[in-house]
Design a protein around this ligand. Sequence first.
Ligand code: AMP
Length: 409
Amino acid sequence: MSFDAFHLHPTIGAALKSHGYTTPTPIQTQAIPKVLEGRDVLGLAQTGTGKTAAFALPILHRLSSGPRGLVRALIVAPTRELAEQIKDSFDDLGRGTGIRAATVYGGVSMHQQIQALHGRCEIVVACPGRLIDHMQQGHFKPAGVEVLVLDEADQMFDMGFLPSIRAILARLPKMRQTLLFSATMPDALRGLAHECLTNPVTVQVNHDVALTTVTHALYPVVEHLKTPLLLALLKKIDSESVLVFTRTKHRAKRIADKVKEAGHSSTSLQGNLSQNKRKQALDSFRAGTVHVLVATDIAARGIDVSQISHVINYDITDTPEAYVHRIGRTGRAAKTGDAYTFVTEQDNGMIRTIERKLGKSIERRTLEGFDYRKAPASTHGQHHTAGHRVPGAPGKSGRSFWRKRRRPR
Ligand code: AMP
């Protein structure tokens, strides 16, 4: 199937071509015709499936005709990074149409946003909190909104945005098209979907679509050896884009520093950074000047760096859904990726839950040549005594399961 089948506005068709998109992804094939028909859509798809273009293309098509200079499409997303990414997609796919998109989120000055909101854009991509501020102050006039997209609805729910979303919904025109995208559909979200969608069409891509292009592996390791193991792995990985996840902001910073000390270009992406610093971190990772980005879940939600070849979970996730979200950062679209997870003995329960969710067991690996018996630094280099259980120590055969990866294209 080709994009021609959708009969999109010729300028959008040209932008698609220059962007190198030739074949719609499964979520695009299913969703685009329905959105073009004006139907409400419940899209069950995670990032990496092409869901942004699945709503951006038909919205751009719709806005190609009709009035300009008022906000006609509103996209609500959980994080600033995702909002910027969505705006970039609208800019790229709408090149030449004259349709303008603006972002609205907290942590930066209101002024520029106010200017954009006063007659300078047709699309607003917003995070809930700041959008409500603009609504309350009368800078955002919802009366012209024809299409609403709630993107990564499950993440917004997890982040406690549900009341804000309800407040936003209450101010939007009742006659509108609503599209709700979410990777998972917990019960509480089902209620919201029921409230805001009218006779929706459900489109769903297999949750594992992005995951099938990813090779998963577990690296059993004791807690104090996680950093040495990470550094040893990074030495072996011939890649320019590795995303490492940690459980806390503090850890993300500390580990990024260690990785840097070891000679890699590395930085952290976490909530303690100013918005400017977060943007810088992400931009340098995207541009390839930073090769190892160490991030927390919240900061990295939805980020799309298409060349990421490896995701390393320095700390395991708290839920299987979060695992799927994290590794959705690699293996995007048609690319392949590797997802490595460091596991300590305490993590066994979560591993079983994740394996159940994936419907398969994940390979356990050991890193050849790595000293799994090294004692914590505080014991001054003493080695563990014989008989001490060292999870994940290489077996007698010393066989390496390591698969060296070619440089990503
Ligand atoms: P998303 O799920 O929207 O975050 O998109 C994931 C990645 O797939 C992004 O890097 C897009 O640029 C890319 N992408 C989206 N649609 C297509 C397509 N039809 N062909 C190739 N790449 C695509």
